[in-house]
Design a protein. Structure first.
Lengths: 93, 486
């Protein structure tokens, strides 16, 4: 089975249908009444992504790990001077 | 010109802290117990100059030793770079001259033959001296009062391995240190030199043997009679190094192997046991029970390190990079090379665990380590999207009952390795746990001190640093009497 594709044959129920939709897949009803599912490929990034493991950031060269999104503003390393008035105020709240 | 702006992992809280520091009479929330006299010494790494290669391992970061010095309830902080030949050479050139982790083929030609060590793994107090340890080189002696670097140390010329482990074990009964070096005769050699060093610092025994394949031998355990030496799926070769890769790659086809070495035996007496693919990077404790050796450790299902990727080109799998406290039992009467394994706790934990070191080699009850409790609050808007991804709790794991007691650091914090400080003449587990928390919201580090028997009550003191302390690999409590503190 291709890692980016998932085919599931199952009895058609609302729960399985909604589960498939939640996975981002598309669903087709086969003539037999079974559910045939073609999931969308997992989202791939074209470049390395900063992720987090064992309490430290690391560079995931495959670009597929969960990205690390730092808190806004100076905590992310951005200069405070680049922040607008609203952003600065929201940080101080 | 130093420029970290194109280093994507070195921003915000994780930006390099390139200074040395002294903070006298640190700010404290709570009350530092006056019975704590000595120092909590931490060793870790930070990049003084950016790495030469984007995909180098963080294990190549420059060593930084720092200590919280405790005296009568007052705490001072001091931090210094470990000034190795490598650190000095980079400083003279104003740039990073050294290439990938344990790969001299990727270095600038100007530093050929120079000690490549960065001394960033474990601090050690032994025989009245303070050392930094890094498993690719000899220990470095450090002045325990100034934290200035004295230089490499080879135990009066009697320690012959070119390398020295980051995890020697001191037998609490005899005071002897069991230590070793792997790749002992040089890069990619299968040689392991195992030593016993007396409590006065004299080498009393050397045993030389070879491992089945060149692999990381990061930590060991000891019993009264045996040394337990795990090796596992990290592989290396000279060809790999010449191709310009980091030292280790992960080979899932390699079995986890464990050597049971008699402490008074010869190489021919070593028993090698073989099990499924695992990664035993750090250990907890071990003991002899008749003809069985019982070994406990937080053991990963597979490769824990994304920066040492699989050799078959497949993707590193974070779902297998989880450690569980496991018990492995080796029957020395068995005719085959198998062993049994059981999971003692179903929750995954940090593999940087500690026990009460007075109970090494003996039956014991408590293990301490950090873990991530996803049920606890995490304020993402202040601390980033790290909820459930960072260690926010320290746990005391009761191996006798299976129960766990928990300390929670706070909703914007993650916890580095825990350290246990026993109360003098106290029972097992009586004393304090200690460790540094990263407070992402306040952009500072906080030393946590909590009563090890009352973790749910929170910390008894937090020592605040007005900056981010360098990330720790390992830290150790060093009691007043262990070192010639001023």
């Amino acid at each position: 089975m291709d890692e980016n594709s998932l085919r599931v044959a199952a009895t058609l129920t609302r729960r399985t249908f909604m589960g498939v939709i939640a996975l981002g897949g598309s669903a087709l009803v086969a003539p037999t009444g079974a559910l045939l599912v073609q999931a969308k490929p997992a989202e791939r990034h074209s470049s390395p992504v900063v992720s987090f493991h064992m309490d430290q950031p690391y560079l995931d060269m495959t670009g597929t790990a969960i990205p690390y999104n730092p808190p806004p503003g100076v905590r992310s390393g951005d200069p405070a001077s680049r922040l607008g008035e609203d952003a600065l105020r929201s940080m101080l709240l | 010109m130093v420029d970290f702006s194109n280093q994507p992992t070195m921003k915000g809280f994780f930006a390099p802290t390139r200074f040395e520091a002294d903070v006298y009479d640190c700010e404290v929330i709570g009350k530092v117990p006056t019975e704590l006299n000595g120092a909590f010494v931490r060793l870790g790494g930070d990049w003084f100059y950016p790495p030469k290669f984007e995909d180098d391992s963080p294990f190549s970061m420059d060593g930084y030793i720092n200590m919280f010095r405790f005296k009568n309830g007052i705490v001072d902080y001091k931090g210094r770079w470990v000034k190795t030949p490598r650190f000095k050479a980079d400083g003279a050139a104003h740039k990073q001259l050294f290439g990938k982790y344990r790969n001299p083929f990727t270095d600038d030609p100007s530093v050929a033959g120079l000690d490549r060590s960065v001394q960033n793994t474990t601090p050690l107090a032994f025989a009245g001296k303070l050392f930094t340890l890094k498993e690719d080189s000899l220990p470095y002696e450090i002045d325990c009062n100034t934290l200035e670097t004295i230089g490499p140390y080879n135990f009066h010329g009697k320690y012959k391995s070119l390398t020295f482990t980051a995890h020697p074990k001191v037998d609490p009964t005899t005071g002897e240190m069991i230590c070793y070096g792997y790749e002992a005769e040089g890069l990619e050699t299968k040689d392991v030199f195992l030593y016993t060093i007396s409590k006065k610092g004299e080498v009393t025994r050397e045993l030389r043997f070879k491992v089945p394949y060149v692999s990381m031998v990061h930590d060991i355990s000891i019993t009264e009679k045996h040394v337990i030496i795990p090796i596992f799926g990290f592989v290396s070769s000279m060809e790999r190094l010449k191709e310009g890769k980091v030292h280790w790659g992960w080979d899932d086809t390699k079995p986890a192997m464990v050597a049971i070495v008699p402490r008074d035996g010869e190489a021919k007496d070593i028993r090698w046991f073989k099990g499924p693919s695992r990664a035993t990077v750090h250990t907890l404790n071990a003991r002899d029970e008749g003809e069985k050796v019982i070994f406990e450790a937080p053991i990963f299902d597979s490769n824990p390190f994304p920066f040492f990727p699989p050799v078959d080109g497949s993707k590193w799998d974070p779902t297998k990079a989880k450690a569980y406290i496991r018990r492995q039992t080796f029957n020395l009467n068995s005719k085959d090379d198998g062993f049994t394994e059981e999971k003692l706790f179903e929750m995954n934990v940090s593999d940087l665990g500690r026990v009460d070191d007075r109970y090494l080699t003996q039956p014991y009850r408590y293990a301490f380590t950090a873990y991530s409790d996803k049920q606890r609050p995490f304020e993402e808007w202040k601390a980033g999207n790290l909820g459930g991804r960072v260690s926010n709790c320290y746990g005391r794991f009761d191996l006798a009952t299976g129960k766990m007691n928990s300390y929670f650091a706070g909703p914007t914090h993650s916890l580095q390795e825990v350290c246990f400080v026993p109360r003098k003449n106290g029972a097992e587990g009586e004393g304090y746990i200690m460790g540094v928390a990263s407070n992402y919201a306040e952009m500072r580090s906080e030393l946590i001190i909590a009563d090890a028997q009352r973790l749910e009550e929170g910390d008894v003191a937090r020592v605040l640093l007005p900056f981010r302390a360098t990330a720790q690999v390992h830290g150790r409590w060093m009691d007043e009497g262990e070192l010639p503190f001023a």
